[in-house]
Design a protein around this ligand. Structure first.
Ligand code: AMP
Length: 418
């Protein structure tokens, strides 16, 4: 199957071929014809499957098949959970719409709204947005959603995880009843099914890969070691393997910062990306990583979600996530769209139970290895005692500093948990 057999226009085929693609990925082969037929689609696909082009190409084809509307009100709305994903979707929209008469833009929070408002006022056919900023600017009367013909919910599971359910419902209420709907999600929880039922009309189901399985091309294994030896092990792997582009996951923002600093000290250039970083810092870190200026990107799950980093050879889990599905998302960053990759988890004794959860989800056991000098010496009891002691010390520290500040300057704990 080639792109030219999918019924796409010459202008789109030219843009696809300029991008260097001739064969559609499985999700594209399945989704594009259904979307072109005007059906609502419920797609099971994670980042790395080519899902963005899977909805962008037929959306463009449908939009250009009729004349642009007077003053260009929004005709297609793509909602994404994160700013990075929104920016990447717009990149794809721009790439594929190079030779057609379509205007598009992106809006997300964390940056000055004025340039976004100016672009919106000039009229756009396709709007890519995160829910909060969309509602904010719509509430200010900057644009109308009355002409939306096409709605895409991208990474819907992550939108629900991030607490956007209410915002999504508010947005749905602003749209005309008659429209085509697409929902993309990596996992299908009860909540996602409920959401899908609430607004998709007789949807066609398409799947990129069997649910909750990982790409076969990804080699996965576990190194067991002590918590205190993890950083040295990571440094050893990257230096001795001469790895040039490595994505590392940590569970906390603080942990991401700390690890990036330690790697930098060991002469492995690194940047951290997480919810506490400004939009500018996140964009810069990602750009530096993609261009090879920075060798390691240390990320938390939410920050990494939806990042488009093609051909990533190495992913390291510095800590395992306690939700097995997050493991699948993480290692979806390697071995993407046909390339092979390695996903390595560095696991201490308190995380062994997470390995079992992940293996259960994958339906396979992960190879476990130990490197001489990095054997496990701690027992679970010791680790738990250390954790409890650290927690108590932190609490004491917080109480003391709280006293000093006499309770003032407290941070809002809402959102940005990771
Ligand atoms: P996505 O799942 O949309 O994030 O896409 C993952 C990566 O695959 C991106 O770098 C795309 O540019 C790339 N990609 C999309 N479609 C194709 C295709 N048909 N052939 C090869 N790579 C593709």
């Amino acid at each position: 199957m080639l792109f030219k057999n999918l019924g796409l226009s010459d202008a789109l085929l030219k843009a696809i071929s300029q991008k260097g693609y001739d064969t559609p990925t499985p999700i594209q082969q399945k989704a594009i014809p259904e979307i072109l037929e005007g059906k609502d689609v419920l797609a099971s696909a994670q980042t790395g499957t080519g899902k963005t082009a899977g909805f962008t190409l037929p959306m463009l084809q449908k939009l250009v098949s009729t004349k642009p509307l007077h003053k260009r009100p929004v005709r297609a709305l793509v909602l994404t959970p994160t700013r990075e994903l929104a920016a990447q979707v717009l990149d794809d929209v721009k790439t594929y719409s190079k030779f057609v008469d379509i205007r598009s833009t992106v809006i997300f929070g964390g940056v000055n709204a004025n340039p976004q408002i100016r672009t919106l006022r000039q009229g756009v056919d396709i709007l890519v947005a995160t829910p909060g900023r969309l509602l904010d600017l719509h509430g200010q009367g900057v644009f109308s959603l009355k002409n939306v013909e096409f709605l895409v919910l991208d990474e819907a599971d992550r939108m629900l995880d991030m607490g956007f359910a209410r915002d999504i419902n508010k947005i749905l209420a602003l749209l005309p009843k008659k429209r085509q709907n697409l929902l993309f999600s990596a996992t299908f929880s009860k909540e996602i099914k409920k959401l899908a039922n609430s607004f998709l009309y007789q949807p066609v189901m398409v799947e990129a890969a069997p649910e909750n399985t990982t790409a076969e091309k990804v080699d996965q294994w576990v190194y067991k070691t002590d918590k205190s030896k993890k950083t040295d092990l990571v440094i050893k792997l990257i230096s001795e393997g001469d790895w040039q582009q490595v994505l590392i996951f940590t569970r906390t923002k603080h942990g991401a910062n700390r690890l990036a600093q330690k790697l930098d000290k060991a002469k492995i250039s690194s940047a951290a990306i997480h919810g506490n970083k400004s939009q500018g810092a996140r964009t810069k870190a990602l750009a530096n990583f993609k261009s090879g200026r920075v060798r390691v990107l240390v990320a938390t799950d939410i920050a990494a979600r939806g990042l488009d980093i093609p051909l990533l050879p190495h992913v390291i889990n510095y800590e395992l996530p306690n939700i097995p599905e997050d493991y699948v998302h993480r290692i979806g960053r390697t071995g993407r769209a046909g390339a092979s990759g390695e996903a390595i988890s560095i696991v201490s004794v308190d995380e062994f139970e997470y390995v079992r959860g992940i293996e259960k989800l994958l339906g396979e056991t992960l190879d476990q290895e130990t490197i001489p000098g990095f054997e496990v010496t701690e027992t679970l009891k010791e680790v738990k005692e250390k954790k409890a002691a650290n927690k108590a010390a932190n609490q004491r520290g917080r109480q003391n500093s709280g006293k000093k500040k006499s309770g003032g300057n407290r941070r809002n704990s809402r959102g940005n948990k990771r």
